[in-house]
Design a protein around this ligand. Structure first.
Ligand code: NAD
Length: 476
């Protein structure tokens, strides 16, 4: 096989294409100008919506095969999520894509300014395994809406979903317009080296760094949707059962393998004991004391991650959970107390169903600790006291914040979703997704009359006159 050969849509055939030829074909299609038409984009979005609806059960089955995802959970967080993206986008696309008029600068009077939303061109979207459908298809919806040609690279660690997506893409779109390149890190690396016009990457910090390095060689702009440790702060004045329920809902979805899941909790020492009891009761309420038998609870993706998580279990006092079974890749939701802030479970992104609970006596301790850590994707605060909420909002940095709940900040279309610093750069969802894949091209249309001579050399005016002139004519 030639050096940059990659299996294209290997879920359905064994054809081999080169990463270079993928880009060449996409670029040729883009240059044909077809994607400039709004009707074309809308047709493609409708076709994608239909393709998803037709394959709904195959997709849910694949998600079950890869991650043991309960059907209802998979529908809400993957299939339904993308379908709602499509309908939201279709309703607003014409408005988003409209050129905007601006007044031209006085200095260039008479003139008219225009901002033209333009596609980047060819886009590479690389997805992770934890929401292998949503995190590939939701950016795809935005990229199509903005008028780009796309190569999708699904995660090799969710092979069943990868195959369904590849098949669906092949059956729905012209291969020169949207294509899926299945494969592992080598395939992804090969693709990132080609010089796409935009790279949208969701995954780990380590690989995000590699993607950005590869993109930098071509000066390709990137969006990086990365991970990290999203903290949760519980004040003494909240309804502790409600807080426990909402925190565990976020932690247990997809068995804790969610980028913005609450990673660990800081609870006010005044209510620590009560809160730990509430967590135990809520787990019982969710899974009846036997999460292994529950149809609502997922599994760990593979043995490597299972073993990594196993290593965390002894790093605190076991409050509840801890049961595990390597064969079935099962790990019960587990609460750890008395965890040392220097323990590995408090240093690395957990990405599994283990919830360390730390206590604080003074919120200043928490703020100092958060400032020392990399900026997380999300921060959760449970408090009734508005001043307490406001202080956390003002003194912490994170991709997003949700007050009195977890994860729901990412379910709507009106709030941009993304990280900063170690948790990523750029954002999407709703209009932010359209913006992410759009270059806003500024155009100034000048009249040829009058053509004032004063700006051309040789300079005939003193510096004082020029300064006066600037004050007058450079105000807008
Ligand atoms: P990963 O970084 O290991 O892999 C992600 C993708 O990158 C895969 O498709 C993989 O094939 C590809 N890849 C591997 N090596 C590459 C290279 N050298 N160049 C380009 N691409 C390469 O991540 P993962 O294990 O699949 O996902 C888990 C991580 O993703 C967690 O850290 C999680 O927090 C993060 N995540 C973030 C978000 C978000 O929206 N911010 C969402 C989900 C997951």
């Amino acid at each position: 096989m030639q050096e940059d050969a990659i299996p294209a849509t290997s879920g359905c055939s064994s054809r081999v294409v080169s990463a270079r030829s993928v880009l060449t074909r996409l670029r040729a299609f883009y240059d044909s100008q077809k994607t400039r038409s709004l009707d074309f984009r809308k047709e493609q979005l409708c076709a994608l919506g239909c393709a998803i609806e037709v394959r709904e059960s195959d997709i849910l089955e694949a998600l079950y095969e890869d991650l043991h995802k309960p059907r209802q959970e998979a529908y809400v967080s993957e299939v339904g999520f993308v379908l709602s993206d499509i309908s939201y986008t279709l309703q607003r696309l014409a408005r988003w894509a409209r050129p905007r008029r601006r007044r031209g600068p006085l200095l260039a009077w008479p003139s008219r300014g225009l901002i033209l939303p333009e596609p980047y061109g060819t886009v590479l979207i690389i997805g992770p395994w934890n929401y292998p459908f949503q995190l590939l298809l939701s950016p795809l919806v935005a990229a199509i809406a903005a008028g780009n040609c796309v190569c999708l690279k699904p995660s090799e660690l969710a092979p069943a979903t990868s195959a369904v997506v590849a098949r669906m893409v092949l059956d729905t779109f012209s291969e020169d317009y949207i294509t899926a390149a299945e494969g592992g890190p080598e395939t992804a690396e090969e693709l990132t080296n080609q010089g796409f016009d935009y790279i949208f990457f969701t995954g780990s910090i380590r690989v995000g760094r590699q993607v950005m390095e590869a993109a930098a060689r071509h000066l390709t702009p990137v969006t990086l949707e990365l991970g990290g440790k999203s903290p949760c702060i519980v004040c003494h004045d909240v309804d502790l059962t409600l807080a426990a329920r909402r925190i565990l809902w976020g932690k247990c979805m997809n068995a804790g393998q969610t980028c913005m899941a609450p990673d660990y909790v800081w609870v006010d020492a005044l209510v620590e004991r009560e809160f730990l009891t509430a967590l135990g009761s809520v787990l019982n309420e969710f899974y009846g004391g036997a999460p292994r038998q529950s149809p609502d609870y997922g599994r760990i993706i593979n043995r490597g991650h299972f073993d990594r998580l196993l290593g965390y279990l002894g790093q605190g006092r076991l409050v509840c959970g801890g049961e595990h079974e390597a064969d079935g890749l099962f790990m019960a939701p587990t609460i750890l107390a008395d965890v040392s802030p220097s323990a590995p479970v408090m240093q690395e992104e957990i990405f599994g169903p283990i919830l360390p609970v730390l206590r604080f006596n003074d919120i200043d301790e928490v703020l100092v600790s958060l400032k020392r850590r990399p900026k997380p994707l999300a921060l959760y605060v449970f408090a009734r006291n508005r001043a307490f909420q406001a202080r956390i909002l003002a003194e912490t940095a994170s991709g997003g914040v949700c007050v009195n709940d977890t994860m729901t900040q990412a379910f709507g279309k009106t709030l941009p979703f993304g990280g900063l610093g170690a948790s990523g750069m750029g954002s999407y969802h709703g209009k932010a997704g359209f913006d992410c894949f759009t270059h806003y091209k500024s155009v100034l249309r000048r009249s040829t009359w009058p053509d004032l001579r004063f700006r051309y050399p040789p300079t005939r005016h003193s510096l004082a006159t020029v300064k006066r002139f600037c004050r007058l004519f450079m105000r807008r």
